[in-house]
Design a protein around this ligand. Structure first.
Ligand SMILES: *[C@@H]1O[C@H](CO)[C@@H](O)[C@H](O)[C@H]1NC(C)=O
Ligand SMILES: *[C@@H]1O[C@H](CO)[C@@H](O)[C@H](O)[C@H]1NC(C)=O
Ligand SMILES: *[C@@H]1O[C@H](CO)[C@@H](O)[C@H](O)[C@H]1NC(C)=O
Ligand SMILES: *[C@@H]1O[C@H](CO)[C@@H](O)[C@H](O)[C@H]1NC(C)=O
Ligand SMILES: *[C@@H]1O[C@H](CO)[C@@H](O)[C@H](O)[C@H]1NC(C)=O
Ligand SMILES: *[C@@H]1O[C@H](CO)[C@@H](O)[C@H](O)[C@H]1NC(C)=O
Ligand SMILES: *[C@@H]1O[C@H](CO)[C@@H](O)[C@H](O)[C@H]1NC(C)=O
Ligand SMILES: *[C@@H]1O[C@H](CO)[C@@H](O)[C@H](O)[C@H]1NC(C)=O
Length: 515
C-alpha cells in the first residue's frame, strides 16, 4: 500500500536472489462446514504481515459465509507481495487447496494493503478468472479510473486507518458510486464501504509491522468486532455475485451508510475543487469533464470584501498563478453609487490548488487534499469602493491579516461540518490548528507565488501541541504605483478539505496512535 516505486524495485531485486519460500508457510483453511456449496478465497497478505496473522479474519469470513468456504493465503518472499511473484504464489496455493480436497472452480480474491495493490494489477493484466476481488485497506488505483476494470471489486476502508486514509477511500466512493452512470450496477459491482472505528491493522491480528505501528491510528472497536463487520460485508458481496439477489438490499444499505459517513468529507473536497474529482479547466473551454474554479475561493472573496450591506457574486477560475501569457488577475466587473442591499458586485478570482508531489504515486500515504490554495482576490478597499463607499483607507481596510481570517473560517467550517464523533475525538486527542498573522506583504511579483502556506508544529502557552498556520500575502492599494496591479489582495488559503482531512486523519496521528 505504502510502498513507493523505489521500494518496489528494491523488493524485486531482493526476490530475484531469494529462494522461494517453502509451501509450509502458506496457510490453507478447510471449510468449517462441508454441507454447503464450495467456494474458495485466495487472500494476498499486506507487507510485513505473516499469512498466519490473517487466520482470525479468514475464520470470521468462513463462519458467516453461507458457503463451505476454502481459504488460501500464500506466503510471499520476505512477506512482501510482489508483482513478479504473485502468479506463482496463487498457482501454488490453488494446488495446495486442491491437494487438501477442494473441489470447486468458484473462487474470489482478497488483498490487504500492498496485497490489494499487487492483486488488482495482477487481475487486470492476467485476465484471471476469479469472479470478484475484495480490497481491504486498499483501493482501485486512479490509473483504472477511465477504463472499465474487468473484475467486480468491493473496497473496504477503516475509518481510523492511518495508512490507507479514509479520504482516499472517499475519492474511490466518489468515482465508483456517486458518479457512476448506473447506481444499481455500481452498488453491485464496485461498492466502496467503510467500517466505523476500524484501523489498518485490524484487517489482521497480532503484532503490527514497524511501519503500521508507526502510522496507524487507534481503533475504537475490538479486533473481533472489526473482523465480524468485514466478514459480513465480504459475504454479502460474494453471495450477491454467486446469485443470491437478496444480498443486494443489504449491500445497498451498507453503501448508503458509507455515503452518510462520507458526506462531510465529500463536501469539503468539492468546496476545494479537488483535482482528482475533476481536473481544473484552466484555459480549456468549460465542460462537464473539468472544473472551472473553486467555490471556496468565492467564499474567500466575500470574506475579503467585508461588505456589510451590499453583496458580491464571485466566479472563480482555476489557472496557474504564475502564468503570464495571458496573465490571470482578479476583477470587479461593475460598481454601485452607494452600498445598498440592491448593490450586487460581480467579481472574478483566480485559484491554483497545490498538491503533494508524492500523491502522484497514489498510495494514500500522504494527504490528498491541497496543501495550499493560491488565490488572487480583489482587495477589501477595491470591493468597498466599487460598492459605493468613498475614500476607503487601505491601511484600515486591508492593513490586517485577512488571509488569517479566511483560514480561520475554513477551519471552523470543517469543525462545524465534520461528524460529531469525529469532532469529539479530534478535540480530545487531535492537534488543533491555530492561525497566526499573515506574512508579507510580498509585493514583488513572484515572491508571493513561491512562498508556501506554513504549517508549523509548536506548543501553545498551556504547553499543548498545536499547528501554527501562516499565509504569505500580497496586497496593493488602489493608488499603487503599478496601475495594473492596484487593488489586489492575494492569499495562500487553507483548503477546507485539508482542514477536514486533518480532523479525520492526520491531526490524530501524534496522540491517537498504537505506538
Ligand atoms: C452447516 O450449515 C448448515 C446449513 O446452513 C447449518 O444448518 C449447520 O448448522 C452448519 N454446521 C456448522 C457446524 O456450522
Ligand atoms: C480520466 O478522464 C478525464 C476526462 O477525459 C481526464 O481529465 C482525467 O485526467 C482522466 N483520469 C485519469 C486518472 O486518467
Ligand atoms: C442499471 O443497471 C441495472 C442492472 O444492470 C438495469 O436493470 C437498469 O435498467 C439500469 N438502469 C438504468 C437507468 O440504465
Ligand atoms: C453570479 O455569477 C454567475 C457567473 O458569472 C452568473 O451566472 C449568475 O447569474 C450571477 N448571479 C447573480 C445573482 O448575479
Ligand atoms: C462604474 O461603472 C461605470 C459603468 O460601467 C463606469 O463608466 C465607471 O467608470 C465606473 N466607475 C468606477 C469608479 O469604476
Ligand atoms: C498607510 O501606511 C503607510 C505606511 O505605514 C503610510 O506611509 C501611509 O501614509 C498610510 N496611508 C494612509 C492613508 O493612512
Ligand atoms: C451533533 O452535535 C450538535 C451540537 O452539539 C447537535 O445539535 C446535533 O444534534 C448532533 N448531531 C448528531 C447527528 O448527533
Ligand atoms: C492549547 O491547546 C489546547 C488543545 O490542544 C487547548 O485545550 C488549550 O486551551 C490551548 N491553550 C491556549 C492558551 O490556547
Amino acid at each position: 500500500m505504502w510502498i513507493g516505486k523505489r521500494m518496489a524495485q528494491m523488493c524485486a531485486v531482493l526476490i530475484a536472489t531469494a529462494a522461494y519460500p517453502a509451501a509450509a508457510d502458506d496457510v490453507v483453511l478447510k471449510p468449517l462446514n462441508t454441507t454447503q456449496s464450495e467456494v474458495a478465497m485466495v487472500f494476498i497478505q499486506g507487507a510485513g504481515i505473516d499469512p498466519e496473522q490473517y487466520v482470525p479474519l479468514a475464520q470470521a469470513i468462513q463462519t458467516s459465509s453461507q458457503y463451505s468456504l476454502w481459504v488460501g493465503i500464500p506466503k510471499f518472499s520476505l512477506d512482501t507481495p510482489d508483482p513478479l511473484e504473485i502468479a506463482e504464489c496463487i498457482s501454488r496455493i490453488m494446488d495446495s487447496m486442491h491437494a487438501a480436497g477442494m473441489n470447486t472452480k468458484k473462487f474470489f480474491f482478497a488483498g490487504h494493503s500492498l496485497g490489494g495493490t499487487v492483486l488488482q494489477d495482477y487481475l487486470f493484466d492476467s485476465g484471471e478468472t476469479g469472479f470478484a476481488q475484495v480490497l481491504m485497506g486498499s483501493f482501485l488505483e486512479r490509473k483504472y479510473r477511465n477504463i472499465s476494470y474487468p473484475v467486480a471489486t468491493l473496497t473496504i476502508g477503516g475509518e481510523l486507518d492511518g495508512l490507507c486514509r479514509v479520504t482516499r477511500i472517499m475519492e474511490s466512493f466518489y468515482h465508483s458510486v456517486l458518479k457512476a452512470s448506473n447506481r444499481t450496477e455500481a452498488v453491485a459491482n464496485f461498492p466502496v464501504l467503510t467500517v466505523a472505528g476500524m484501523s489498518h491493522m485490524q484487517f489482521a491480528s497480532g503484532d503490527p509491522p514497524p511501519l503500521v505501528k508507526d502510522r496507524d491510528l487507534r481503533p475504537e472497536i475490538t479486533e473481533e468486532q472489526a473482523h465480524t463487520a468485514v466478514a459480513s460485508l465480504v459475504n454479502t458481496f460474494v453471495s450477491l455475485h454467486l446469485g443470491d439477489s437478496q444480498s443486494f438490499s443489504k449491500l445497498s444499505k451498507a453503501v448508503e451508510a458509507t455515503e452518510a459517513f462520507m458526506q462531510p468529507i465529500l463536501t469539503a473536497f468539492e468546496l476545494e475543487g479537488y483535482h482528482n474529482f475533476k481536473p481544473p479547466c484552466n484555459s480549456n473551454p468549460p465542460s462537464s469533464a473539468c472544473q472551472v474554479g473553486s467555490q471556496w475561493s468565492s467564499r474567500a472573496q466575500e470574506i475579503m470584501g467585508g461588505l456589510k450591506v451590499a453583496r458580491l457574486n464571485d466566479t472563480d477560475q482555476f489557472h496557474p498563478v504564475d502564468q503570464i501569457n495571458p496573465v490571470h488577475l482578479p476583477h470587479i466587473h461593475n460598481n454601485c453609487s452607494s452600498p445598498t442591499p440592491q448593490c450586487l458586485l460581480q467579481t472574478g478570482t483566480v485559484t491554483q490548488n497545490i498538491y503533494d508531489d508524492l500523491d502522484k504515486f497514489d498510495t494514500a500515504f500522504v494527504p490528498i487534499s491541497a496543501s495550499e490554495m493560491r488565490v488572487k482576490m480583489s482587495s477589501r478597499q477595491a470591493v468597498m469602493e466599487a460598492a459605493g463607499d468613498k475614500n476607503v483607507n487601505f491601511n484600515t481596510s486591508d492593513g490586517f491579516s485577512i488571509c488569517r481570517v479566511i483560514n480561520e473560517n475554513s477551519y471552523s467550517w470543517a469543525l462545524s461540518s465534520a461528524s460529531n464523533t469525529t469532532v469529539a475525538r479530534f478535540q480530545k486527542h487531535g492537534e488543533p490548528y491555530v492561525m497566526g498573522e499573515d506574512e508579507g506583504p510580498y509585493n514583488a511579483g513572484p515572491l508571493w507565488i513561491w512562498d508556501h502556506l506554513k504549517y508549523k508544529k509548536t506548543v501553545n502557552s498551556s504547553g499543548d501541541d498545536v499547528i501554527d498556520i501562516r499565509s504569505p500575502m500580497m496586497r496593493t492599494p488602489l493608488d499603487f504605483y503599478i496601475k495594473v496591479s492596484a487593488g489586489f489582495h492575494y492569499c495562500k488559503l487553507l483548503s477546507p478539505a485539508r482542514a477536514m482531512e486533518w480532523i479525520y486523519v492526520d491531526g490524530l496521528r501524534d496522540h491517537y496512535n498504537i505506538r
